[in-house]
Design a protein around this ligand. Structure first.
Ligand code: GLV
Ligand code: GLV
Length: 311
């Protein structure tokens, strides 16, 4: 954790830090008598793991906004509370969605590889020609905090914005000119770029499947900063290989960090290793937000970011 976060938590609690990749067994052996557990999205907090937590644990604090790595029902059954870190990472993650959009549209990976290889022969009219961003249509699925922040940036790039009302949380109104479609399918069919901002749940698992990809515009570009599991990667790879999709910009993958070789080798991709919230301010903000909520919880005050608890 960032040093400032460690210092903050140590100002009110005894803190024991295990390496992030610690096996569940090692965590269970080491949390006897502890009141709270901080995890990251790399730690699978399964029902079995939760059942075996010592009774002293009353709070799980996840260093993430996503909670798909946590069995919420099992936590609730044990009456263990959960806090996460929304808001502080919204803008940083929206920026990464734009990096992916720009990078995939303008073939940044391929171009940089050419330059670094020493094989660049100089400016040519047909060299590494990409997709226009201005004047094209960006579909945003999941119009919560991050989806809206992506939409705000789209106005500056001269794009049209489509979204559907599904999963829109309270927040800023959509930017002027946003077209609200009546279904996610309608967004799919109308988008030149599609950016995913849905939570991963049983309902959204493999949401972007072969059938839905088939309904997209030919040459469309898919952007994902949410969770890899939203996309059926086999269908995505086939669509990139056939040219049905014009490209993909991905920050998240199924089975991270073991990424499918055929995805890495698929054409027209711009791939990043789950960096959405990786700025100094966001990562520190996430930790400080957890620290505040842990302190509040044990002082008997309301937490800011309780999951499954209304504010
Ligand atoms: C990152 O993916 C997060 O959920 O914070
Ligand atoms: C490109 O550098 C141009 O001058 O068109």
């Amino acid at each position: 954790m960032p040093a400032r976060v460690v210092g903050e938590i140590q100002s009110f609690a005894d803190l024991s830090i295990l390496p992030g990749e610690s096996a569940p067994e090692r965590v269970l052996e080491n949390c006897n008598g502890f009141d709270a557990l901080i995890c990251t999205l790399m730690n699978k907090v399964t029902a079995d793991f939760i059942d075996r937590l010592p009774p002293s644990i009353r709070l799980v604090a996840t260093y993430s906004v996503g909670i798909d790595h946590i069995d919420l029902r099992a936590l609730q059954a044990r009456r263990i509370a959960l806090v996460n870190t929304p808001d502080v990472l919204t803008e940083a993650t929206a920026d990464i969605a734009w990096l992916l959009l720009l990078g995939a549209a303008r073939r940044a990976s391929e171009a940089e590889a050419l330059l670094r290889s020493g094989m660049w022969t100089g400016w040519e009219p047909n060299q590494l020609v990409g997709t226009d961003i201005h004047g094209s249509t960006l579909g945003i699925l999941g119009f919560g905090r991050i989806g809206r922040a992506v939409a705000r940036r789209a106005a500056g790039f001269g794009m049209n914005i489509l979204t559907s009302v599904r999963s829109s949380s309270a927040g800023d109104p959509p930017p002027p000119g946003t077209i609200i479609c009546s279904s996610m399918e309608e967004v799919l069919a109308g988008s030149d770029f599609l950016s995913l901002h849905l939570p991963l749940t049983e309902e959204t698992q493999n949401w972007l499947n072969a059938e839905r990809i088939a309904s997209m515009k030919s040459g469309a570009i898919v952007i994902n900063t949410a969770r890899g599991g939203l996309i059926d990667e086999t269908a995505l790879i086939a669509a990139l290989q056939s040219g049905k999709l014009g490209g993909a910009g991905l920050d998240v993958f199924v089975g991270e960090p073991d990424i499918r070789r055929d995805l890495v080798e698929a054409p027209n991709t711009f791939l990043l290793p789950h960096l959405g919230s990786a700025t100094r301010r966001a990562r520190e903000g996430m930790g400080l937000s957890l620290a505040r909520d842990i302190a509040a919880f044990f002082a008997g005050r309301p937490v800011e970011n309780g999951v499954g608890v209304s504010k």
